[in-house]
Write a protein that binds this ligand. Structure first.
Ligand code: TTP
Ligand code: MG
Length: 385
């Protein structure tokens, strides 16, 4: 049976909620994020994006770019509640949903033709029901796999609805820059550019052996498949996910232990947060490390007790990284941490109730702050240089 996947992503999510709740913000550049001296932009309304304001940009830069902007710190409780309403609507459209973040998710709609006039009509109906439930606009992409569905939801943002039919795949993909492929960062983009590959179409026509030489066998195969619109990853509902993890490819390779530790601390914070959001704990921690020559290693450790705490994850990740010998003259290109083997949270607090409760309080506070100012804001002291 042909697979069909729908990707839903809210437009300028936090900023749109603010515009919905404050009539005077509508049609104006609204920037949501940390307003303190080290604040970072969580998101900006499309009016503010015209001035070049983007997520993750220092707030000071945003203020310079958009002098007449409306700057707000936002209310994460509200966004979480709206997110809950959005996912409630999504659950009416498919039993198989993979939430990707607070405002986006995949739905597997394979074999559901009987419930719809057409896939486009189904997407329209979903957008309409989200709007009725929340007063907010979503962009939707529908395609034969996850990669294409995510790409499709972005193609006509805001208020987009794009269906990529099988016969359209190459036509849609070919002219797009290779950067539009998941996992193609600045470095890989440069490497491909040196080979004369700028568009996805050019990539699809390249001899895979050439790519393997530059990128390594695994990355080459993955990239090559995506360039031809092939992606077999299933939609994985969170409760069935086998691991929760985060990885980053650095704009420049890291050479110093201090930089590596800082990155690990950041990743541990993100993984901890996601575990706690999912209400679960991980028994096994795994790290992934990729060097400048694309050689990649993973190491894992099963802990005596499952955890969702940044410190535990960080300490384990550091220990695991130390097990991988640093090749001479090479820097670290990518680091990743993931947790798996999800434990039963109730069991944990029985073991060590006092300590766990104390930690839980602390983390409740941290999470509330992170939630309020965006994931990037609250980091442990060492990260703030
Ligand atoms: P996105 O879906 O990436 O962005 P968006 O919804 O604001 O805009 P659009 O999808 O139309 O491009 O992220 C969803 C929300 O997550 C966003 O509204 C705010 C938050 N967020 C951060 O706090 N920090 C970030 O760096 C990013 C990318 C998002
Ligand atoms: Mg969005």
């Amino acid at each position: 049976m042909d697979r069909w996947i729908m990707h839903v992503d809210m437009d300028a999510f936090f900023a749109s909620v603010e515009q919905r709740d404050h009539e005077e913000y509508r049609g104006k550049p609204v920037i949501v994020g940390g307003l303190g001296p080290r604040g970072v932009v969580s998101t900006a309304s499309y009016e503010a994006r015209k001035f070049g304001v983007r997520s993750a940009m220092p707030m000071a830069t945003a203020r310079r770019l958009c002098k007449n902007g409306i700057f707000v710190s936002g209310s994460y409780e509200t966004y979480s509640e709206v997110s809950r309403q959005i996912f409630e609507v999504l659950s009416r459209f498919s039993p198989v949903i993979e939430p990707l973040s607070i405002d986006e998710g995949f739905l597997d709609i394979t074999g559901m033709e009987g419930l719809m006039e057409s896939r486009r009509e189904y997407g329209m109906r979903l957008k309409k029901e989200i709007f009725e439930a929340t007063g907010l606009v979503a962009s939707v992409g529908i395609a034969p796999n996850k990669f294409l569905a995510k790409l499709a939801s972005d193609l006509e943002k805001p208020d987009g609805l794009v269906v990529i039919e099988k016969e359209d795949i190459q036509r849609v993909l070919s002219p797009l820059p290779v950067r539009r492929i998941w996992g193609v960062g600045r470095r890989m983009n440069e490497k491909l550019a040196i080979m004369g590959i700028e568009t996805i179409g050019q990539l699809a026509k390249t001899d895979i052996r050439k790519l393997e030489k530059i990128l390594g066998e695994h990355s080459a195969k993955h990239l090559y498949d995506l360039s031809r619109g092939i992606d077999d990853r299933p939609v994985e509902p969170e409760h069935e996910a086998k691991s929760i993890g985060r990885e980053v490819t650095f704009p420049e390779d890291l050479y110093s232990q201090e930089d590596i530790n800082t990155a690990l601390l950041y990743l541990a914070g993100q993984v901890g947060w996601r575990l706690r959001c999912a209400g679960t704990m991980a028994h096994t921690i795994q790290i992934k490390i990729r060097f400048g020559d694309f050689s990649t290693y993973t190491r894992r450790k099963t802990l005596p007790q499952p955890t969702a705490y940044d410190e535990d994850i960080y300490a384990t990740a550091k220990e695991l990284c130390a097990l991988v010998a640093m090749p001479k003259d090479l820097g670290v290109r990518l680091l990743g941490i993931s947790g798996s083997g999800f434990g039963d949270t109730a069991e944990i607090s029985l073991f060590d109730a006092k300590d766990t409760q104390k930690k839980e309080k602390l983390y409740d506070a941290i999470d509330a702050l992170k939630a309020r100012f965006g994931e990037g804001i609250v980091t442990k002291g060492k990260l703030i240089k």
